[in-house]
Design a binder for this molecule. Structure first.
Ligand code: SF4
Length: 116
């Protein structure tokens, strides 16, 4: 079994509640950030196994797939990556195979400090 640095593990573990917070409490931030996101999913499957492998993840003839994809995916899955923070976390797991989504550096949405 692959050993994971405790600080990396903590960072990855915190990503789940962070994405949940953005999706539930700051949907405007999520919408704005996704509007600035470019590219498309390459189906690498990395975000399905950031800390542990999702129970609905499987290999469909060698292609990463989700057993729930056609029925329902929670926002934490369907909106990934929400921002560059997510990409940074994701790259800790799979640094040599980039995500298909990107943000231009200057276009990164600032995180809101206040609720409007
Ligand atoms: S890490 Fe990016 S490219 Fe890979 S499956 Fe997730 S969204 Fe798609």
């Amino acid at each position: 079994m692959k050993t994971i640095n405790p600080m990396v593990l903590l960072k990855l573990l915190l990503g789940t509640p962070r994405r949940l917070f953005w999706n539930v409490c700051r949907p405007g931030y999520v919408r704005a950030s996704l509007a600035r996101r470019s590219g498309q999913c390459r189906r690498c499957g990395t975000c399905c196994q950031l800390v542990w492998r999702c129970r609905y993840f499987f290999q469909d003839n060698g292609v990463p797939a989700c057993r729930l994809y056609a029925r329902y995916r929670p926002p934490n899955c369907s909106q990934f990556p929400i921002d560059r923070h997510d990409l940074t976390d994701r790259d800790l797991v799979s640094p040599n195979e980039p995500c298909g989504f990107t943000w231009a550096e200057a276009q990164q949405e600032e995180k809101p400090l206040h609720r409007h």
